[in-house]
Design a protein around this ligand. Structure first.
Ligand SMILES: NC(=O)c1ccc[n+]([C@@H]2O[C@H](COP(=O)([O-])OP(=O)(O)OC[C@H]3O[C@@H](n4cnc5c(N)ncnc54)[C@H](O)[C@@H]3O)[C@@H](O)[C@H]2O)c1
Ligand SMILES: O=c1ccn([C@@H]2O[C@H](COP(=O)(O)OP(=O)(O)O[C@H]3O[C@H](CO)[C@@H](O)[C@H](O)[C@H]3O)[C@@H](O)[C@H]2O)c(=O)[nH]1
Length: 435
């Protein structure tokens, strides 16, 4: 990388966003110092061990450490001589749906005490409108330009999305050139705007994705009522350029560490300003209803069997993470559905390729195993909750033999229902004709 590209950049938070930002900026030739309060995480990272599952990230971290361009520290003081600092700490859902900004505010107060005049403070965490404008008050400094630079990466594609973004959004009035120059090698389109529009733009995207998904899930329900196939309906929709094919796959409901909390925070922001934003409320309502619809499908499969209901029935769960390609369990619909089944007395065994049994303690209500065959053993029903492609390749003949009853609810429409029927499985998908 050219010598002039080398800048000293600070990153606070070494999670999905912070670690990806730090490793990718080092890859682009910048000198990066990344701080996190989690000592064991920092130790592991300095040894080149990446604690999250993201394709390409271990290689970038190793490369950054080897070149000396990337270093991890537990102390924000390690960021003293940086010239731009990206804040990437969590902004989880608070008790009333609002974004909990305590970690972010603590970091800003700390940075206010140590940064050199002129250091640009970049908020990459997802924050409600008005947060960037509060940076001078929170740092106690008016010589630190503040820029809103929301992040749009998806888990499982973090490195790719960072290095090939659809757009880079920068909101602020000072320091924008310096931040933009860090990304110049990417050649991505840049939206320059005011901080409020940048902050709201991020929520607007996630909320729109959630609306699209709830729409697809409601359509799927109607398809079942009228005998249509939601896959054909959404193909028809997706071929319209104005709609597009993405985010139309029905499923067990939308989850993950971002969509649910961001929809709730946007709704809260609207409510605080006297606006109801009923569309968001409807999308959330549909989403919790979707968990219940899956439980109902399991119940239907058990009706007429000796079990009659989930009470006391062994139910096997295939997939626990909120989507395939990640090991993240935060706000996973699979776990919400597991909780509802457990409430009705089901005995749950679960398998997920990204969740080793050793980590199974983190999954309430579910006995996590390392072998999908164990999930099927004596099961009254199986439920596919995450769209891991390897589930298609399972030996379904053997699963049928192991199960007490060959019955499956496929919430991702992942499996080949004809193939399953050949092995004697009765199968219920979402919004598709029943086998
Ligand atoms: N995960 C995603 O896909 C994604 C994508 C876009 C935006 N975001 C947003 O980015 C932000 C971070 O999300 P994430 O998923 O990377 O979080 P994360 O939980 O994966 O990581 C956050 C990191 O910050 C550290 N941290 C917490 N408090 C700290 C402090 N006071 N000082 C230093 N470090 C601290 C934690 O130890 C952790 O390592 C959130 O606002 C989120 O909404 C997340
Ligand atoms: O057709 C689809 C697509 C997605 N999902 C579900 O929707 C949820 C969210 O998926 P995805 O958006 O891929 O997950 P994240 O990695 O959380 O990414 C979202 O949240 C991030 C954090 O804000 C943003 O940066 C990303 O742009 C945004 O896509 C998951 O439960 C998916 O299973 C479906 O059910 N059907």
């Amino acid at each position: 990388m050219a010598e002039e590209a080398e800048r000293c950049v600070g990153v606070v938070g070494a999670g999905y966003v912070g670690l990806t930002t730090a490793a990718c900026l080092a890859h682009l030739g910048h000198r990066v110092r990344c701080a996190d309060i989690d000592e064991s995480k920092v130790d592991r990272l300095n040894r080149g061990e990446v604690p999250i599952s993201e394709p390409g990230l271990p290689e970038l971290v190793a490369g950054g450490l080897a070149s000396g361009r990337l270093r991890f520290t537990t102390s924000a003081a390690g960021l003293r001589d940086t010239d731009v600092v990206f804040v990437c700490v969590p902004t989880p859902m608070g008790e009333r749906g609002e974004a909990d900004l305590r970690a972010l505010e603590a970091v800003l107060r700390e940075l206010g005490e140590l940064l050199s005049p002129g250091t640009v403070l970049v908020l990459k965490s997802t924050v409600p409108v008005g947060t960037t404008a509060r940076v001078p008050a929170l740092t106690g400094r008016d010589d630190l330009p503040a820029v809103s630079n929301p992040e749009f990466l998806r888990e499982g594609f973090a490195v790719r999305d960072f290095l090939e973004p659809d757009r880079i959004v920068l909101g602020g009035d000072r320091g924008l050139d310096r931040v933009e120059s860090l990304y110049s090698a990417l050649g991505a389109p840049v939206v320059r705007t005011d901080p409020a529009s940048a902050e709201l733009g991020k929520y607007a995207c996630n909320a729109f994705l959630a609306l699209k998904l709830s729409y697809a899930n409601e359509l799927a329900e109607l398809c079942e009522q009228v005998g249509a196939d939601v896959r054909h309906v959404t193909t028809t929709m997706g071929m319209d350029d104005r709609i597009g094919p993405a985010f139309l796959r029905p499923g067990p409901g939308w989850g993950g560490s971002c969509l649910p909390k961001d929809v709730a925070a946007l709704r809260r922001s609207a409510r605080d300003r006297g606006m109801r934003f009923g569309l968001l409320q409807a999308a959330e309502h549909t989403n919790t209803g979707q968990h219940e619809r899956v439980v109902r499908k399991v119940q239907e499969l058990l009706t007429g069997s000796p079990y009659g209901s989930p009470a006391g029935a062994r139910i096997g769960l295939l997939g626990l993470t909120f989507k395939a390609g990640t090991d993240d369990l935060r706000d996973s619909p699979a776990l919400a559905i597991a909780a509802r089944l457990a409430e009705r007395g089901a005995v749950l065994t679960g398998y997920d390729p990204a969740v080793p049994a050793a980590k199974g303690g983190a999954v309430a209500d579910v006995h996590v195993v390392d072998d999908p065959l164990l999930v099927a053993k004596d099961a009254a029903a199986l439920v596919v909750l995450t769209e891991w492609p390897e589930f298609r390749e399972l030996d379904w003949a053997q699963l049928a033999e192991l199960a007490d009853r060959p019955a499956v609810v496929d919430t991702r429409n992942l499996l080949d229902a004809d193939d399953l029927a050949r092995h004697g499985f009765s199968c219920r998908g979402i919004g598709i004709p029943t086998r």
